[in-house]
Design a binder for this molecule. Structure first.
Ligand SMILES: *Cc1c(COP(=O)(O)O)cnc(C)c1O
Length: 222
């Protein structure tokens, strides 16, 4: 058994069956991703369009590719034909562009609204107020080629577990509030990475994005 498949099995054993595992394969080559594929992993996350496209082209077509990182509007067109979910829809202009490209490709693209829950300026996303305004609007008419499946959030990079917990819980509460007040279903809550996915699940996450715990540390930081 490869290290990658051993790691995958450990993580699978540690998460409930209703939690979706996105294997974050950014910076790792196709041969390594193939080891995870051979261990039956089918959902992979990448954060750069220029890396995602060649991997999509070079790998089996039953893989579901998730875009998890900051997405520039001018790059949406390269992934619109095949991307399975975009976790990082973090502004209205980007949603407009995704909708336009989805329409061109005669697809409905699954998106998560990225909400800013951290204290760091380096993280981004809709504020709670902006996200609520979106859900109050008739967004499903305006973005008729987008399916908003839920929310995504990244906690602060800190040792303070209590703060991380508070941030995760704030997104779960917000999701519950939107569902109740606006009768909208937001089934997916994408929270948690290698260092904090257990805590995220305890706080309500049902989609975790795990990279280094599966593939090992990355040679460069991003
Ligand atoms: C890199 C990345 C991850 C995975 O991080 P690990 O700590 O390696 O598990 C998850 N989410 C996003 C948005 C990322 O960019």
């Amino acid at each position: 058994m490869s290290i990658v498949s051993e790691n995958l099995n450990k993580i699978r054993a540690s998460i409930p069956s209703d939690v979706t595992l996105v294997a974050v394969s950014k910076t790792h080559p196709i041969e390594v991703i193939q080891e995870a594929y051979d261990a039956e992993q089918r959902i992979f996350g990448e954060n750069r369009v220029q890396e995602l496209v060649p991997k999509f082209e070079g790998m089996p077509k039953d893989i579901q590719w998730h875009l998890i990182g900051t997405l520039q509007r001018n790059k949406v067109k390269y992934i619109a034909p095949f991307v399975s979910m975009i976790h990082s829809a973090d502004n209205l202009e980007l949603l407009k562009e995704i909708n336009k490209e989805a329409k061109k490709n005669q697809r409905i693209i699954n998106c998560l609204i990225q909400v800013f829950i951290a204290t760091e300026e380096t993280k981004h996303g809709f504020s709670f107020e902006e996200a609520e305004a979106l859900f109050q609007s008739d967004y499903s008419t305006q973005f008729d080629h987008i399916r908003i499946c839920g929310l995504m959030g990244m906690a602060s990079f800190t040792e303070d577990q209590l703060q991380v917990k508070r941030e995760f819980e704030s997104l779960t509460r917000f999701r519950d509030k939107i569902q109740t007040n606006h009768s909208i279903l937001l089934p997916v809550l994408s929270m948690g990475m290698s260092g904090d996915y257990q805590l995220a699940i305890a706080c309500g996450s049902n989609m975790v994005r795990v990279g280094s715990s599966i593939f090992g540390s990355r040679s460069y930081n991003q």
